[in-house]
Design a protein around this ligand. Structure first.
Ligand SMILES: Nc1ncnc2c1ncn2[C@@H]1O[C@H](COP(=O)(O)OP(=O)(O)OP(=O)(O)O)[C@@H](O)[C@H]1O
Ligand SMILES: CC(=O)C(=O)O
Ligand SMILES: [K+]
Ligand SMILES: [Mg+2]
Length: 576
């Protein structure tokens, strides 16, 4: 029993409900609450935490309508909102690679609380069962605690790398030393021998070519070729690490190879089937060459997955740079995978490629993740270098949608700390950008071709101008596909975008978009006023808005004969 104000509400869980539901009753009134989606005071939801929340938040007296359906809002976001207010919310999204250092339920929970928005599974490592367990752990955390962590599967792809260096974890290659690179397996460790993963790794390679390990960790010259065995002399000493990448160069250019390898291997398709059955939210395709790679997978998913899964293209090959616009156009988002990119293009070109890809993605309204070595030193050390913080801040200044941790979270000892560095650095740079009014320099989206698409785009462009000029506290948008929310995000507005949706796949997909705070509601109405009053009631009764907060509301609900009261519009309302 919980008392709040003059009204007494009784909490119960009727027998005919499963344990995800409970009921509040007062006299003849009753309201049903879905436990996984409703109130929490401090972490884990339970019958008792629901009761505590009712007392603490004085929710019962303010429950405005008894048919109110629950609101699914990330608990971490909710806590941040209470602490910092609408304008204090971080806009740049954070992706963490899950590896042995963070795969347990407890470790994943710590990352969730530290602000992880998306968990990445790199299928280059571990077994399918291992990945399946991680996926289920994350879904369990979402269910039990109310986090909103999306899942991204990252394919292995076909690439030439080392699989064995005589059983060691790393080996030093000395200047002038002679090494054998072979595909032949050996049962016993062999000195000065490196096993490559791919039968055709030496195809097209000639004596005199340069063999570069991991973008310059060490360099060799090919001195003899017998079948697919290469004898090489070390010309630039360095470290050989497990799974290091092998590339061959001639006259300062990469030797045209790998072309016979499919972007998605048989193993990748098996992994993708796991992603479908375990219902991941994104599949990131490694080593994409052209748009057909993406179109093929999208068709496959359309035919084989009940749930919409978004496809991201990883930009990390030379060829993908030649087909950049088509690839961005075909995909649902992009990752600038600077690790492999640095193997294929000279390192000094990476900053301009990153800037260009980020710009094109915003122009074409696709979310973009900047990945790899953002805080590399934190794999080993508890603080980042100044240069790393400057790099992270530059990505945020470029208005990328998301930042990604790789080894820092997967194998590092300071994953949670690294995540907090990303968080703090993002917030700082976002604040500076707002104060400098930098978003006014961005060009607006002009993608629409049909009249209805152009109208939606114009509504979003104008809405963001208005929201910034009027200094509203938040933008509310009601969206089934997420399209309107992404069009708003594309303009990088000052206030956060609260995207109310009744589609879970839309909610999880919007998680990657800059400044979008996705909220799940039971059902969106075709009637705009209904959506407005319900969403205002929901945020008020959760204590998330204070009176005087001003919200700009955007709708793309098109009026129909059946529903003449619906409209396309921008409204500004006082929430209190
Ligand atoms: N699931 C995992 N199990 C073991 N190690 C992992 C796992 N995920 C990542 N790692 C380790 O983290 C480090 C960096 O992460 P990752 O493998 O994702 O590199 P990457 O270059 O970003 O990925 P990609 O292979 O897609 O180019 C690697 O050294 C790898 O050993
Ligand atoms: C992330 C990734 O695949 C890379 O940087 O190569
Ligand atoms: K990968
Ligand atoms: Mg890569």
């Amino acid at each position: 029993m919980a008392a709040a104000g003059a009204v007494i509400w009784t909490l119960s869980r009727p027998n005919h409900f499963n344990n995800r539901f409970c009921q509040l009753t007062s006299g003849s009134s009753s309201v049903t609450l879905r436990r996984s989606a409703v109130f929490y005071p401090n972490g884990r939801r339970s019958k008792f935490s629901v009761r505590a929340a009712i007392i603490l938040d004085d929710v019962a007296t303010s429950l405005p309508s008894l048919d109110l359906k629950p609101l699914e809002l990330d608990v971490v976001l909710e806590a941040e909102l209470r602490e910092k207010g609408f304008l204090g919310l971080r806009k740049t999204k954070l992706v963490c690679t899950v590896g042995p250092a963070c795969s347990s339920l407890e470790e994943l929970e710590r990352l969730a609380r530290a602000g992880m928005n998306v968990a990445r599974l790199n299928m280059c490592h571990n077994t399918r069962e291992w990945h399946r367990d991680v996926i289920r752990n994350i879904k369990k955390l979402n269910d039990d605690y109310g986090f909103c962590i999306s899942l991204m599967m990252d394919t292995e792809g076909s690439q030439t790398n080392m699989v064995d260096i005589g059983g060691a974890s790393s080996v030093k290659a000395e200047d002038g030393s002679m090494w054998l690179f072979t595909t032949k397996k050996s049962d016993s460790p062999r000195a000065f021998t490196v096993q490559a993963n791919y039968e055709g790794f030496a195809e097209g390679v000639a004596v005199g070519d340069e063999l570069v390990i991991d973008a310059g960790m060490a360099t060799f010259e090919v001195v003899e070729k017998v079948g697919s065995d290469l004898t090489c002399r070390c010309t630039d000493p360095g470290l050989l690490l497990p799974r290091a990448k092998l590339t061959f160069w001639r006259d300062g250019k990469p030797v045209g190879r790998n072309l016979t390898l499919p972007t998605l291997s048989t193993k990748d398709w098996d992994d993708i089937n796991l992603g479908i059955s375990e219902e991941v939210d994104f599949i990131a395709v490694s080593l994409v060459k052209d748009a057909s790679d993406i179109k093929h997978l999208k068709q496959y998913l359309l035919a084989n997955s009940l749930k919409p899964i978004r496809v991201l293209a990883k930009i990390e090959t030379l060829e993908s740079l030649h087909n950049l616009k088509d690839i961005v156009d075909a995909s649902d988002g992009i990752m600038v995978a600077r690790g492999d990119l640095g193997v294929e293009v000279p390192l000094e070109q990476i900053p301009t490629v990153q800037e260009e890809v980020t710009r094109i993605c915003r122009q074409l309204n696709k979310p973009v993740i900047v990945a790899s070595q953002l805080l590399e030193s934190m794999v080993e050390y508890p603080t980042p270098t100044r240069a790393e913080v400057a790099d992270v801040s530059e990505v945020v200044r470029q208005y990328a949608d998301a930042l990604m941790l790789s080894g820092e979270s997967a194998i590092g000892a300071y994953g949670e700390k690294a995540l907090s560095v990303l968080r703090v650095a993002s917030e700082r740079m976002e604040l500076w950008s707002r104060e400098e009014n930098r978003q006014s320099l961005l060009s607006q989206c002009q993608l629409g071709v049909s009249l209805s698409n152009r109208i939606r785009e114009q509504i979003c462009n104008s809405a963001v101008d208005m929201a910034n000029n009027l200094s509203v506290d938040a933008i509310f948008v009601y969206t089934r596909t997420g399209e309107m929310a992404s069009l708003l995000s594309c303009n990088r507005p000052n206030p956060p975008i609260f995207a109310f949706t009744d589609k879970n796949s839309t909610r999880m997909g919007l998680n990657l978009h800059w400044g979008v705070m996705p909220l799940g509601v039971e059902e969106l109405s075709d009637n705009m006023e209904d959506n407005i009053s319900k969403s205002f009631d929901l945020v008020k009764c959760r204590g998330l808005a204070k009176s005087g907060d001003v919200v700009l509301v955007v709708s793309d609900v098109v009026p129909t004969v059946a529903n003449p009261s619906t409209f396309q519009a921008i409204l500004v309302r006082n929430i209190g």
